[in-house]
Design a protein around this ligand. Sequence first.
Ligand code: M6R
Length: 621
Amino acid sequence: MCGIVGYVGSDAPGARPQGVVMGGLARLEYRGYDSAGIAIVTDDRERVAMSKKAGKLVNLEKHLAEHPLAAGTAAIGHTRWATHGAPTDANAHPHLAAAGRIAIIHNGIIENFAALRAELQDEGVEFLSETDTEVAGHLLAREVSTGRSLADAMRVITRRLEGAFTLLAVDAREPRTVVGARRNSPLVIGLGEGENFLGSDVVAFIEHTRTALELHQDEVVEITPERVTITDFSGFVVDREPYHVDWDASAAQKGGFATFMEKEIHDQPTAVADTLRGRMDEHGRLQLDGGMIHESILNSIDKIIVIACGTAAYAGLVGRYAIEHWCRIPVEVELAHEFRYRDPVVGVRTLVVAISQSGETMDTIMAVRHAQQQGAPVIAIVNSQGSTIAREADAVLYTRAGPEIAVASTKAFLAQITAVYLLGIYLAELRGNKFPDEIEALLDQLDAIPAKIQRVLDTSEAIREVARTMADERTVLFLGRHVGYPVALEGALKLKELAYIHAEGFAAGELKHGPIALVEEGLPVIIVLPSPRGRESLHSKVISNVQEVRARGARTFVIAEEGDTEAANYAEQVFFVPSAPVLMTPLLSVVPLQIFALELAAAKGYDVDQPRNLAKSVTVE
Ligand code: M6R
C-alpha cells in the first residue's frame, strides 16, 4: 500500500539522491498519500538528515523548500497508506533509531510488533510513533551496535519479523549503501551506471533506468553505487538475471490530459490492442508470457475458479460468461479474500485463474498460494511485469495496459477482460469446443474492438454533460443483465470510488426481489441494456425493468447498442455504443460509465487520481 524508493549513487554528497527519491515518490504517490518522508545520508557520520510530513507529498515538498536538507550520497523515501497509527507527522516514515544514525521505511504489516515492542521497551527503548515499523528500526539499531554491517543486521532482524514487509534502511556510518528486505510485499531493483535504485514498483525509477531485477520472497538486497548484492535471509548469495522494462517514463505521465484517470480511459483502445497483439501462434495456440501448464492438464480440467478483488473480480465475472459459453467448463468467480477461508473444493483438475493489475494484492497472493497447496494449476493474468503473482503462478499472461497510475482501475479492466477472452478462446480451441474458423472469427471480432472503444471515447460529451448535472445526487443505481451485470457492478464501484456517492449495481432480474424498494422520485438509474441481437427475451425483460423504475419516479439513463430503436422510448436519455458480439459488449458499455464517474467526481472538485482512503495496490490483508 505504501510507496518506497531508495537511491545510492555518489561518493561526494550532492543533490541527486534527494532529487531521485522525491521524483520517485511523486510517481509512487498513487500507492498511498497519508504522509511522505525522506532520509538522506550526508557526510555526518552520526545522524542521517530526515524530513517527513502528514498529508500529500506536496506538504513535504513545501517543507523541504523552507527547510532544506543537507546534500547526500544515498537516500530513502516513503509515501504512506496508514495502517498502524493515524496519518500524523510522528507516524510518517522514515523512523529513526540509534539516536538518528539509522533510518527505516516500511510497506506492510509486522504482525508480531506488539511483542517486539514490549521486548524493546523492557530494554529501555523509547518509541516515538504508534507504528509497527519503528520496532524494525530499533531491532536494526541493536544489531549494528554489536558491530554488524547494516546488511547483516537486516538479515538477522528479518528472521524475527512476522507478517508482510518491504523494509529499506540506511546507516549514517555506511554512506554508500542502502539495504532492503522483502517478505510478501514488493521490491524492485533498478540498475544504473554508477548508481542503483530501489522501488516498490519500476515506476519509481523508470526515468533513470529500464533495467530491473525483482527481489524475491525472503531476500535481502544491498545496493552501493557499483554493486547489487542479493542474499536470502541466511546470507546465501543469489544470482538473478535482470530484465528490460518494455515501457518508458512517458507511459507513466499524463500525456497532455488533466488527470491520469482521463489519460488512462483514453489509453483503452491501445491497452486492448496491445493485449491482443501477437498472441496466437500459427496453430492457434496462446502465447503465454512465462511458465507453462501442460496441455494435457488443461485438457483434463473440469472447473475453473477465477480469484481476484475489486475491479479485477468484475473482469472475471465478465469472463465467466464467455468461457462457459465457448468452452463448456463451469467457471466460479471468487473474491480472493473469501476464497481460502471457505474451504474451497480445489484440486488438480481445477484451473485457477488469478487476475490482478498490480500482481501484488495480498489477498490474491494468499489465494494463489492456497490453490497451489491444493494441487491446482494457477494461471495469472497480471499487468505488472515480474510482480509476485506473475512469478508465483504456474503460467502468466500479461495484460499490456502499461502503467496504471490513477487509483481507480480503468484500462487494466478492459485489458483483463481481453486476456480472459484470449484464455477462453485458447481453451475452446485446445479442448475442441470450437473449429479453427470459429476461433479465427472470435479473434477477428476482438481485433475490431479497439476502434469501437475509440468511437465511444469520441462521442462521450453527452454522458459528460449529464454527469455534470448530478453533483448533488446522493444515490445512483446501476442495472445490468447477463454480461451487463458485471458492467453495472463496475459502474457503481467507479462512482463510489471517485465521487463518494452511494452507488449500487444490481442484476436487473433481481430488481423486483428487493432493490426496487430503493426507487423514489428523481432517483437516477443507469441501465446497461442487452443487445437486441442477443437473447431477444433479455432485451425486452430489461426494457420492462426500465419501465418499472420509471413508473416509480426514477430518472432513467440507458447505455444501448447503436441501432436499438426501442431504448429511447423508455429512457430520459440514451447513450449509444457501437454494436459488437454480445459477449464482447462489456468492453464498450463500461466506458461511458467510467467517464460518467470521472466527470461527476471532477464536477464535485474531487481528486480523481487519488480518491480518499484508497491506495492503488492493497498489499496488506
Ligand atoms: O491490483 P489488483 O488488480 O489486484 O487490485 C484489485 C483491486 O484492489 C482493484 O481493482 C480496486 O478495486 C480498484 N480500486 C478498482 O478501481
